[in-house]
Design a protein around this ligand. Structure first.
Ligand code: AMP
Ligand code: GLY
Length: 450
């Protein structure tokens, strides 16, 4: 069967790689893909932007002919804009929630209303559509508070404010100065929570039909942890993610049990009660507080870079799991995970998350990477015919984004996984390349000090 993967990041390279490993998948079409999917066995890029739904639908019509073929939508923007509905209406099988449930990520206010309606453990919050009211509410308290723009803001919509003056400044920027456009016209003010953060990615199969048959299901994957700060020791500015590990070392069964009862199960009840068609992935961003895990956010997709650390631990057929999501048999699907850990540090362009150059040639010593046992997932790099190709040093790739690639390696211990991943990263280079050295070390993902 053939599959289409929509998206161009490291997450989509990992998804395409996971699909291509399935014996049943003959070809993975990556729309638009990147320099990693361009050279991945069985994968082929189709140069269409993720925002061009008409061209994507037409490409699916041209490429997918069998009833078992399907599409996986990677990023949040096309999900929030209804690509899943559009492709389903055109008769294609889709992994990715419909537009309505995608609001759980696209609107922080919608997510908070859902959490409160269904009793999902989370921080106290209030939503404001008027900056004066938000400022007045801030003046009634003191101490840290979190200001969240309601809409999608590519990671720039949350300010963890140490004091009320900082919070008021964020409210003004979002609501009056319009620094995020329409995404900041409403804000959520939220109780500040302290603790360690983890991510749980999960597969979801909820439709009115599976629900009435008692087969609606959310199946969590191994836990993961992102590292948001730019520099070692969780210092420097926030980024899209400087590396991930999976599972989270030392995470105990009691915490996972609380996550299931206080967060996952009420979420499932809510998806069912709302009558949603949600067949895809969900991401739970959790804070482990002294009073148990609390949900910080839902994403309606797999996490990036968590996916690059989680999927290499799969001990099941990813395409088969996608089919189980779509046909309502996820509850019985044999999800199994390899023992050990995966570590996936990310290499970024010099200057990221600020301004950085693009078009810089990459050198990847493929023999050294292969010797390390790691897999390189490309994020922001593309094939350039002018770049040196093949051979020991030439990747034929040039940088095209801030986060350029991740080296992902499994080990029996987190130390072994780290050693292999960093050995592979040392075999990759480009001018200005920067990466954290401490992904997977204790304390590397500590909460920001306030
Ligand atoms: P979000 O997009 O809602 O996950 O927020 C982005 C980041 O802000 C999270 O990964 C946390 O590090 C931080 N954050 C969000 N909400 C809170 C909260 N209620 N208390 C403390 N930190 C938070
Ligand atoms: N790693 C967090 C995210 O994917 O949003």
């Amino acid at each position: 069967m053939k599959t289409v993967v929509v998206g161009s990041g490291g997450r989509e390279h990992a998804i395409a790689w996971a699909l291509a490993r399935s014996e049943r998948v003959s070809e993975v079409l990556c729309v638009p893909g990147n320099g990693g999917t361009a050279v991945e066995p069985k994968c082929r890029n189709i140069d269409i932007p993720v925002s061009d739904f008409l061209a994507i639908t037409n490409a699916c019509r041209a490429e997918l002919s069998s009833a078992e073929d399907f599409v996986v939508i990677g990023p949040e923007d096309p999900l929030a804009a209804g690509l899943s509905d559009r492709l389903a209406a055109a008769g294609f099988r889709v992994v990715g929630p419909r537009q309505k449930p995608a609001a759980l990520e696209a609107s922080k206010d919608a997510a908070k209303r859902f959490m409160s309606k269904y009793g999902v453990a989370c921080a106290e919050s209030e939503t404001f559509s008027n900056a004066d009211d938000a400022s007045a509410a801030l003046k009634t308290g003191s101490g840290p508070v979190v200001v969240k723009a309601d809409g999608l803001a590519a990671g720039k919509g949350v300010v963890v404010a140490a004091d009320r003056a900082t919070a008021e400044k964020a409210v003004r920027e979002f609501m009056i100065e319009g620094s995020l456009g329409g995404a900041g016209h409403r804000v959520v003010l939220e109780e500040y929570l302290e603790g360690d953060e983890i991510s749980v990615l999960a597969a979801v199969s909820v439709t009115p039909e599976t629900a009435s048959a008692g087969r609606a299901s959310i199946r969590p994957f191994v836990s993961a942890r992102d590292h948001k700060r730019l520099r070692d020791g969780a210092t420097g500015p926030n980024t899209g993610g400087m590396g991930a590990i999976a599972p989270v070392p030392g995470l105990d069964e009691a915490t996972l049990a609380r996550f299931r009862t206080d967060i996952l199960e009420p979420t499932l009840r809510g998806l069912v009660a709302e009558g949603y068609d949600y067949r895809g992935f969900i991401f739970f961003g959790l804070m482990l507080t002294t009073s148990g895990p609390k949900l910080l956010e839902y994403n309606v997709r797999l996490g990036d870079p968590e996916t690059q650390a989680v999927l290499p631990l799969m001990d099941f057929d990813f395409a088969g799991m996608c089919e189980a999501i779509m046909d309502g048999t996820l509850a019985d699907f044999p999800l199994a995970w390899q023992a050990g850990f995966c570590c996936a540090p990310v290499a970024v362009s010099g200057g990221y998350p600020g301004e950085y150059r693009k078009g810089i040639p990459l050198a990847i010593d493929r023999d050294l990477v292969a010797g390390s046992g790691a897999k390189v997932f490309v994020a922001g790099a593309k094939v350039d015919r002018r770049a040196p190709k093949g051979g020991k040093d030439g990747a034929g790739l040039v940088t095209a984004g801030g986060r350029v690639l991740a080296a992902s390696a499994r080990g029996d211990s987190i130390e072994e996984a780290r050693e292999r991943a960093y050995r592979a990263l040392a075999a990759c280079s480009f001018e200005g390349m920067f990466y954290r050295r401490d992904i997977g070390l204790p304390g590397a993902a500590a909460s920001p000090a306030l």
